[in-house]
Design a protein around this ligand. Structure first.
Ligand code: TYM
Length: 338
């Protein structure tokens, strides 16, 4: 087993990242170690330059996100933790895969369509070819499993398509160049929605901070955000079916279930028939209780720049070592003389 996944260091870690992906990273790190496999987690700083950014902020955010991942439980001694920019083979493989990826495939990516909107002509080339870099990220390490939230599923399918076509075009029948990676998407928290709008995903690019819970939010902020979260006037239903058509209620119940490590039905069993006046404070307290230790650890780790730099340098060294054989095989398969 080889687990690989990444996160953009574009701002604060929020509850969607945590429940959709990072918590699974931590869980898999242990499972994989027990089976003698390897997990690699990285800061996708190369992806971050596909949209306008401030260089000094990117550097700070990369260090902050490293601290956040360690605070959540990623152990740099057991997982390879690094940033893409220190492993140039990601960018190198992206170019090599660009001969295989098709324009039509990239044109169909919903994230490209959403982010580009009506102004496709004005977007960076990097925003369009972003999924090819993402494919390189996982194929470079022969990833078998990629833990992500629902929104990354399509990018993972593209990575599989690229790997399949490359294997067909340049591999030999018994020696494929790339492993086809499987996405791992959590059942209860695959898509955490905004606290202000149940039809939009919780995201760091939402201009309203009230739309998300950040890992670093203090107790009062978390309680206030949950109190102000959009809901409807009905009490909670006693089963899942009753949440249909109630996106905001379904989101809050889903967050509760994911955070408590239980099912939506179990939460409704407890709170069905009660209004949000009772449910919201319980949810707020559960979040505070679960996130406070992570927030405190983050604040501590964030101070020690040298330690964070050292973690990333060590991780990059290991990542370069693991990436070497695959990259060499790709050059050879393409007939490139090195
Ligand atoms: P990013 O940085 O947007 O998000 C990091 C992880 O968090 C998950 N996530 C969510 N899950 C549930 N609900 C939400 N509201 C929510 N918001 C974010 C994402 O699905 C993701 O797993 N392109 C990727 C980073 C990346 C990557 C990769 C991931 C680059 N290369 C290779 C996997 C493998 C991204 O921007 O994720």
């Amino acid at each position: 087993m080889r687990i690989v996944s990444g996160i953009q260091p574009t701002g604060n870690l929020h509850l969607g990242n945590y429940l959709g992906a990072i918590r699974n990273w931590v869980k898999m790190q242990d499972e994989v170690a027990a089976r003698g496999g390897q997990s690699l987690y990285f800061l996708a700083d190369l992806h971050a330059i596909s949209q306008p950014h401030v260089p000094a902020e990117l550097r700070e955010n990369t260090l902050a996100m490293t601290a956040a991942l360690v605070a959540c439980g990623i152990d740099p001694a057991r997982s390879v933790l690094f940033n893409q920019a220190q492993v140039p083979m990601h960018a190198e493989l992206q170019w090599l895969l660009s001969g295989t990826a098709r324009m039509g495939w990239l044109n169909r990516m919903t994230q490209w369509k959403d982010k580009a909107g009506k102004n496709r002509e004005g977007q960076s080339v990097a925003l369009f070819t972003y999924p090819v870099l993402q494919a390189a990220d996982v194929l470079l390490y022969q990833a078998t499993h990629v833990p992500v939230g629902e929104d990354q599923k399509q990018h993972l399918e593209l990575a599989r398509d690229i790997a399949q076509k490359f294997n067909n075009d340049f591999g030999t029948e018994d020696v494929p160049v790339f492993t086809l990676p499987e996405p791992i998407i959590p059942p209860e928290a695959a898509r955490i929605m905004s606290l202000r709008d149940g039809s939009a995903k919780m995201s760091k690019s939402d201009p309203s901070d009230m739309s998300r819970i950040n890992l670093t939010d203090d107790t009062d902020t978390i309680m206030a955000k949950i109190k102000k979260a959009k809901t409807d006037p009905e009490p909670l239903p006693s089963d899942k079916v009753g949440l249909e058509g109630r996106a905001e209620a379904a989101n809050l119940v889903g967050i509760y279930a994911a955070m408590a490590g239980t099912s939506v039905d179990a939460v409704l069993n407890e709170f069905g028939g009660h209004g949000f006046g009772k449910f919201k404070p319980a949810l707020g307290e559960l979040l505070v209780e679960s996130l406070a230790p992570i927030g405190a650890r983050f604040m501590e780790l964030r101070q020690d720049r040298e330690a964070l730099d050292a973690i990333l340098a060590r991780g990059a060294l290991k990542a370069r070592e693991l990436a070497g054989p695959t990259l060499a095989a790709v050059y050879a398969a393409l007939g490139l003389v090195r």
